[in-house]
Design a protein around this ligand. Structure first.
Ligand code: MG
Length: 183
């Protein structure tokens, strides 16, 4: 039996691939900030970065990144078979498999993640725009969608966590009010 790949190695590969392909985690955190700050006035970039890191802990997200970035790199080197080589290298608009892989990694974070992904796919904010093949250099047919997927997941995760925190604060202050005063 072949030895199983350790999760630690997969995670390490994902982080170095993102770096190699020009995506800083802060670039993704910026998109998350843009998506969530209108709903959370006290939101910080650190909150967004933490959420991005949490999303990158998910195996499904890691695997999607490995597959997508590998295909981008092979297309960039002209190593795919035709006609796939031309389709991926040209970022053919009707291809759709780049979005399919990215959206597959979005479902685990619920409806906010799905709708945010749809928005980012169209709006292409920040680093997503830079990666878009039609405007930038290199082949990032898969990566732009995958970055949208990470940002959408991190946004959704953050929205739910912020509500949990608000409610915990609310409960704690109510409890304090209910407590009988002594003396
Ligand atoms: Mg794409």
């Amino acid at each position: 039996m072949k030895e199983r790949v350790h999760s630690r190695d997969v995670k390490k590969a994902v982080f170095s691939l993102l770096k190699e392909r020009g995506v800083a985690l802060s670039d993704i955190a910026e998109i998350v900030y843009e998506m969530q700050s209108p709903y959370a006035p006290n939101l910080t970039m650190q909150d967004c970065l933490e959420s991005v890191l949490a999303v990158l802990e998910k195996r499904e997200m890691q695997h999607a990144l490995l597959v997508g970035i590998e295909l981008d790199k092979l297309a960039e080197e002209g190593k795919l078979s035709e006609p796939l080589q031309s389709i991926v290298a040209q970022d053919e608009g009707l291809f759709g498999i780049d979005e399919t892989i990215a959206i597959g990694a979005v479902y685990g974070y619920g409806s906010i993640a799905v709708t945010t992904f749809g928005y980012l796919d169209k709006a292409k904010t920040g680093i997503i725009k830079k990666l878009d093949n039609k405007t930038g250099r290199g082949v990032h047919t898969f990566l732009d969608d995958l970055v949208a997927s990470i940002a959408a997941n991190a946004s959704s995760r953050l929205a739910h966590h912020l509500r949990d925190e608000e409610e915990a604060l609310f409960d704690a202050s109510n409890k304090a009010e209910d407590e009988p005063t002594t003396g």
